[in-house]
Design a protein around this ligand. Sequence first.
Ligand code: GUN
Length: 282
Amino acid sequence: MTARIIDGKAFAADVRAQVAEGVAQVAREAGRKPGLAVVLVGEDPASAVYVRSKGKATVAAGMESIEHRLPADTTQDMLERLVDQLNADPAVDGILVQLPLPGHLDESAIITRIDPDKDVDGFHPVNAGRLATGLPGFVPCTPYGCLLLLRDVLGDLSGKDAVVIGRSNIVGKPMAQLLIGDSCTVTVAHSRTRDLPAVVKRADIVVAAVGRAKMVKPDWIKPGATLIDVGINRTDEGLVGDIDPACADVAGAMTPVPGGVGPMTIAVLLRNTLVSAARREG
Ligand code: GUN
């Protein structure tokens, strides 16, 4: 079997076009553009690239992009004051503090400082709790983007066996919650999982989010399974995912790296910001 390659770029473009329509409607009705504030502390080159592309996409969707670039020696107190100011600013519908923060800053304290109703990243413990209990709130962008791709490929996910590899707060845990919400039978595997190949072999759906280049091998894959690769690993061969591309010989469908999950993350971020603005104005 040769897997269908899931075109995340095209799907994300559709989502972004829908968001742009919603943005135009909010702008007409409320007389203002939705605003996304992005905070970057320090000079991490990868973070700078992400922040630049988020800013561009925000403007392309018709929203206001409010960028705050702070020096690497910014103190906890300065950053918390900026978050307080953005929480109080009626022109700001969404706040994103780009991670990772420099080591001297307390990441968890900063995330918790953000107003949960402006937390378009979905990282605030209140939003994690809402997701876990089925209440409306903001869902982290990358796992929600993965869910949209899975629904598009498979339709109803009910009863599918899903394996999520990775247990991070940003991807693995919320991904598992979302799949449970869609009535999958979910296994969360991680570095201490025994016999990972055997665990993966049972799965109709595999979401890999570990950050290890080409870790998931073709002989682990159940024929016809749908594979979602969240990994972005910089190697001598360039950007590679967590899933060996040779898995395409066994899988039914899989996302490429790049051009799979990555573009969906930004599309969902814009969508979350629109939802926040619509709630605020509604
Ligand atoms: N760093 C890498 N991905 C993300 C993300 O989705 N949100 C934030 N805030 N930081 C990140």
